[in-house]
Design a binder for this molecule. Structure first.
Ligand code: SF4
Length: 437
């Protein structure tokens, strides 16, 4: 749906692409090609939507800092990528699946490495998923069935503000007619966050001791006896862990919602493997599930697109003509820090702002191409920059919510810029010509 010349348009069922909740019930008012009102979004989503307009103050492309046409920029970027021996495509968590597909096609034709933001957030969840499988469910099941919610290493009150109210603890569900009163909420974290105030039980765990606590829970759920020594130095008492194990076994439908506090702490993918196995153990007693709290709007989408096309969710290398997966070898930070990448295409991401120093230095040394909706630390140093419309505002496409449910975004504002899919599609076509010749 496009917002055209009508003086005032109210667009319902707008999808917010800002965080992994991908709320699809927003109502947006558009006047004179400006968003002037937003209903039902949280503060983050509202600020994101109201921060966009139809302004065209940036050129459609820049080459060496000078304005360029789209065709000229595609030609320069395609040649840089085709000439590289070990190119990298990175980012993609804030664009839509149809564009992500083009990025995978580009990596294939270039025999490049393609990696996404998952490798620096929930990569350990993806590795655990690859090794033992992910016993998960939909947010609809959580809303309608869950009576025990365990947030582990996540702070949804600040990172996913509508998670409590729309999907998990507060809404009334088919089998939870009293909403919050029918549920117990547990928060496990290394410090009290604003989310702790929304929990019935807050368990403050010592940093880096998640695996020990999860393993103790596995033993208790399996009926094995453990003593205080098994949980020494975890920050929790044996009684607290026994109490949690009993709650898990006796609930009707439980869910563990894991955040980066678990994926990025000591143990990393082993923490997640332990959680997935714990959930499997709980099947002997009740129904349980686990779900990663995914951050960016479509980071779940790029994992899905990569997995359905290559078999792997991130860090995929095509240099031998077929996909290979090896985190640590084919993940962006590692490739860049070792100085192996000799050209990079960054899509809808700003690694120069967040990557470790050595990886940033390498990005600044090599030919860098950036596709983004706005100026960023990465676009400031890129040799070629494409400006594109924002997914969910200027461009429509498919997003995956954190539970893997695909949702179609709407276009709420017109845009003078091409979308990510168009730019990537043109790069695929031109690189294919160059590689074939
Ligand atoms: S919770 Fe996330 S998806 Fe929902 S409105 Fe807020 S920022 Fe947007």
């Amino acid at each position: 749906m496009s917002a055209d010349a009508q003086p005032k348009t109210v667009i319902d069922d707008v999808v917010c692409a800002f965080c992994g909740c991908v709320c699809d019930d927003l109502s947006v008012t558009v006047e004179a090609d400006q968003i002037t009102g937003v209903k039902r979004a949280c503060a983050l989503g509202k600020a994101w939507l109201l921060g966009h307009s139809t302004e065209t103050d940036r050129p459609v492309a820049l080459v060496d800092g000078q304005p360029a046409g789209l065709e000229e920029a595609v030609e320069v970027a395609a040649n840089l990528l085709a000439e590289a021996r070990y190119p990298l495509i990175y980012g993609l968590s804030s664009t839509y699946c149809e564009a992500q597909r083009q990025a995978v096609a580009l990596a294939d034709v270039l025999q490049a490495t393609i990696d996404c933001c998952t490798s620096v957030c929930h990569g350990p969840s993806g590795m655990a998923m690859q090794s033992v499988g992910e016993p998960t469910c939909s947010l609809g099941e959580v809303k309608n069935r869950a009576d025990l919610l365990i947030y582990w290493g996540s702070n949804p009150a600040e990172s996913h503000p509508r998670h409590f109210t729309r999907y998990s603890s507060i809404p009334k569900g088919l089998f939870r007619p009293n909403g919050r009163k029918d549920r117990t909420v547990v928060l496990v974290d290394v410090r009290p966050t604003p989310s702790a105030r929304a929990a019935d039980i807050f368990l403050q765990i010592r940093p880096g001791k998640d695996f020990e606590v999860i393993w103790a829970l596995r033993a208790l759920v399996q009926g094995k006896a453990i003593d205080d020594r098994a949980v020494a130095d975890t920050g929790l008492t044996l009684e607290q862990i026994q109490n949690l194990a009993e709650r898990m076994k006796s609930c009707e439908y439980g869910i563990i919602l894991v955040g980066q506090g678990l994926t990025q702490s000591h143990g990393k993918h082993m923490n997640l493997t332990a959680v997935f196995l714990l959930v499997r153990d709980l099947y002997a007693h009740t129904k349980f599930a686990v779900m990663p709290m995914r951050g960016h709007g479509n980071v779940t989408g790029i994992d899905a697109v990569l997995a359905w096309q290559t078999g792997y969710p991130f860090g995929v290398n095509f240099s031998r003509g077929y996909p290979r997966f090896n985190p640590g070898e084919f993940t962006a930070v590692d490739l860049l820090s070792r100085g192996e990448t000799d050209a990079a295409l960054i899509v809808a991401s700003d690694p120069i702002a967040v990557f470790p120093r050595r990886a940033i230095e390498r990005l600044k040394e090599i030919p860098l191409i950036a596709i983004d909706t706005h100026e960023s630390e990465t676009t400031k140093v890129a040799k070629v920059v494409f400006t594109t419309g924002t997914t969910g505002i200027h461009a429509e496409g498919t997003l995956y919510r954190m539970d893997g449910i695909p949702l179609r975004t709407r276009q709420v504002l017109p845009s003078a810029y091409p979308n990510d899919e168009e730019v990537l599609g043109q790069l695929v076509a031109r690189v294919t010509e160059l590689v074939d010749n």
